[in-house]
Design a binder for this molecule. Sequence first.
Ligand SMILES: C[S@@+](CC[C@H](N)C(=O)[O-])C[C@H]1O[C@@H](n2cnc3c(N)ncnc32)[C@H](O)[C@@H]1O
Length: 206
Amino acid sequence: MNSQMISVRAAEPNELVPPDYFSELDVAGFFPSEGALEIDLGCGDGKFTLEMAEHYPERNFLAIERLLGRVRKVCRGAEKRGLENVRVLRLESLYTLEWLLPENSVDRLHLLCPDPWPKAKHHRRRLFQEPFLKAMVRVLKPGGELLFKTDHDEYFEWCEEHLDAFEGLERLPWGDEDFFYPKTDFQIQWEAEGKRLQGLRARKPA
Ligand SMILES: C[S@@+](CC[C@H](N)C(=O)[O-])C[C@H]1O[C@@H](n2cnc3c(N)ncnc32)[C@H](O)[C@@H]1O
């Protein structure tokens, strides 16, 4: 094979491959039906997205994940369950929020068990800080919500501080019984190890 040739990977069923990575993406147009749009940022193996999509067939779910093996797993899981309301995007979350998704287009964003980057020298890699918060507010519809969970106490405090210092989102109470909210793969793993998860819910003012 010519070393200059580039091999192009075939898309998985349910995978959303943007026609152009440098222009705004018409996400709604990739789903067969209109519906509220929810996004799972860093979906991992996708248990949460798939269960949500099954529970809320009238809503559309976009799962974002940068690791190919996980993208494949979620795509195949959606196909196996016949879920037409799931699309999976293999891309970096912040880039997607800042550059691809249209302003005021998302009903709920889920950021569940993201990497806590515990070492101080790695804190700058944490997603939950001002650029990410600004990008989330940009894409959320007025009244749209962010739901966040972590098992890491120090990261949770960091997130609370960043949220309190940020003016674009208002915090809401979030009780376990407020609405259907399945556990993620990592949540199950952490809870099995005896760790406690903490959550934040916030809304873009209407
Ligand atoms: C700790 S796992 C949590 C997965 C899932 N949310 C759960 O709770 O089971 C974090 C996931 O986010 C993905 N990830 C981390 N940073 C990302 C980024 N900037 N953009 C997209 N995916 C990311 C990782 O590849 C990994 O699958």
